[in-house]
Design a protein around this ligand. Sequence first.
Ligand code: NAD
Ligand code: DAU
Length: 351
Amino acid sequence: MKILITGGAGFIGSHVVRLFVTKYPDYQILNLDALTYAGNLENLRDVENASNYKFIKGDIADQNFIDQLFAHEQPDAVIHLAAESHVDRSITDPMAFVKTNVIGTVNLLNAARSLWQPGGYEGHVFYHVSTDEVYGSLDFGPEMFTEETAYDPRSPYSASKASSDHFVRAWHHTYGLPIKLSNCSNNYGPNHFPEKLIPLAIHRLRTGQPVPVYGKGENVRDWLFVKDHATAIDAVFHKGKEGDTYNIGGVNEWQNLKLIELLCDVVDEKTGQEVGTSRKLIKFVTDRAGHDMRYAIDSSKIMNELGWKPSVTFEQGLAQTVDWYLANEEWLNSVTSGAYQDYNQKQYAGR
Ligand code: NAD
Ligand code: DAU
């Protein structure tokens, strides 16, 4: 089987590529990635010479390129992760999210349909990896997002992901394209780009800079270790029902401030500082526009139907993550040079 994985040089994609290349030596894995600021082939150095792996640089928003790629490579299946993924960037540049997340997804759907339909859809699958943010925002009650929760996206990022989910389902209902979807909560772990809360905080603590907490730090997110998301994607790809959606989460809700305080203490312990030192760097800053209050995900469907569950506790995952960032200073330095500094200046200036 030849699988086209899009966005494989990014955070989650690189863990998915590694898992599939190493676990399934009989599969051919094509990694299609535009190598935007978030894509980094350093994430895949350990598998880049594997005989069942090939990297292709290209933009999913370029229709001609995508059509030619499908005609030439003839993939049997697609696991689609390529996206603009950062909510703050979607607030300042929404059109980039429309281009990649919406138009890019439709280009892939069209190309898969054209390639597969003449011979029938048997043995093919188009799997879209999506987010829990499409469901909107919860208050602090017991409610959780289920696969039946109505869509209510509220940021340009989540609107673009909701739109792409709708297009994927429309291609199933209208053209019979065999699709699968999953909607996951916040990931964390190695190779996470340091614009997202956890790696941003580790990077800033490491370099003695303030750690920005939006608003009062009351917002709640559910956190899942990235390698556990990769095994969930493996389960959905191989065992998930055609046409179905699976919610994926860590059963692990944290208020942002509590999470940052815990992270500060882990960093202090790992770096041999007196516990409490890092907490002094916490800085409350202006809130994110339209900041969703709480995400909580009910993962019972994937757990009960596909037998998936997270392999690590949050404490274990966070410790592994901090260890990875402390041991991979070079990676962090390389991704935080140049353009990253301009972004940071604009993002946090005056806050
Ligand atoms: P990321 O930003 O780290 O990586 C995205 C990758 O897509 C990068 O390698 C980038 O170069 C590539 N890319 C961007 N635009 C492209 C284009 N036009 N053509 C080809 N490649 C392009 O993102 P991530 O955090 O790894 O997220 C991966 C997917 O999982 C996304 O679809 C995201 O919506 C979804 N998701 C992320 C999370 C999370 O917590 N990070 C949670 C749930 C779902
Ligand atoms: O829920 C899944 C989503 O999780 C994914 O679909 C997105 O791709 C991913 O980026 C993530 O979105 P969030 O907006 O929740 O993640 P982020 O790390 O940007 O922020 C986490 C929380 O921390 C959020 O409530 C905003 C807050 N925050 C974030 C940053 C960057 C801060 O308080 N300070 C910060 O500097």
